[in-house]
Design a protein around this ligand. Structure first.
Ligand code: ADP
Ligand code: MG
Length: 281
């Protein structure tokens, strides 16, 4: 029960029961004051500036912003591939300093699978590499997750035999099979045709309904953010700074007009500065 739901007695029910009120859920991922830079011989590129956000367990958390605002850079930093210039990233309270199997990535590119391994081997390979599972166990788990993305029939095929959408399903199965604390998805459907993209979005939501995994999902598409996300962080253009953090609407619970109103307000928030710039000439 939320505090605001309790009668105005000055005491919560938990106090009355002699217990302290439950603390709010501790964030799974905490990003604080995150400034990320690339140092090239000629330039210092500030990709993000003092970005703050928290991801709770089972969130479908979206980073939304125009191309170049630092979304992929944030994901790389959460993945442990890039160290913050300023600020910090914590997963379950622990500082992120390097990549780990608790954070699995799914990319946009169709070439993220190993072409010389079968679909099943692509999914089983990282599982076996952790050393926690025998080859047989890794294989069984790979088949379990391939079934979840409807690819059982293609388990012994090679990546080149698959369509783009199917390759992305393999990459999702591979990420999920590791049962990471958080799945990091960088525009995973952006290179797909519109119909396949929609189907993949539906499938991802159905998978989430089943397993309630936590996902940090990057997109530059407002409709995709609204559809996939439970929370949406809006980032301003280069260097990326937080513009706003919003709740999305739940699929099937909002009217088309409500979805459109949300899309319009996100668009206005993202591009307000640009319009001012244009107005100023
Ligand atoms: P997004 O994913 O939102 O499109 P990125 O995170 O890829 O944005 O890039 C953010 C900024 O950092 C951009 O200005 C981009 O040019 C720059 N950038 C990205 N990768 C590198 C790199 N390896 N070296 C130098 N600059 C980079
Ligand atoms: Mg990107």
């Amino acid at each position: 029960m939320r505090q605001s739901d309790t009668p105005h007695t000055g005491r919560s029910e938990a106090d009355i029961a002699g217990q302290s009120a439950p603390l709010p859920a501790k964030p799974l991922l905490q990003v604080r004051d995150l400034t990320l830079q690339y140092k090239t011989p000629a330039h210092l590129v500030t990709a993000t500036y003092r970005v703050d956000f928290d991801v709770l367990r089972s969130d479908r958390f979206i980073l939304l912003g125009p191309s170049g605002c630092g979304k992929s850079t944030i994901l790389k930093a959460v993945g442990g591939y890039l160290q913050p210039t300023e600020g910090e990233i914590r997963l379950k309270g622990e500082l992120v300093v390097k990549p780990g199997p608790d954070r699995m990535m799914v990319f946009q590119e169709f070439d993220q699978l190993l072409p010389w391994k079968t679909v099943r081997q692509n999914v089983a390979f990282p599982l076996a590499a952790t050393g926690k599972l025998s080859r047989k166990e890794a294989d069984e788990k790979a088949m379990y997750y391939l079934d979840k993305v409807n690819l059982t029939k293609f388990a012994d095929g090679f990546p080149h035999m698959l369509s783009g959408g199917m390759k992305q399903r393999v990459a999702i199965a591979r990420g999920m099979a590791m049962e990471p604390d958080i799945l990091l998805m960088d525009e995973p459907f952006a290179a797909l045709d519109a119909l396949t993209r929609r189907r993949m979005q539906d499938e991802l939501l159905a998978l989430w309904d089943e397993t309630r995994f936590t996902v940090l999902f990057v997109t530059h598409s407002i409709p995709e953010a609204i559809k996939i996300g439970s929370r949406i962080l809006l980032l301003s253009p280069h260097p990326g700074q937080v513009k706003a953090e919003l709740n999305s609407v739940q699929e099937g619970q909002a009217s088309a007009a409500e979805v459109e109103a949300l899309a319009n307000s996100i668009h206005d928030m993202l591009f307000a500065d640009r319009i001012e710039e244009i107005d100023r000439g």
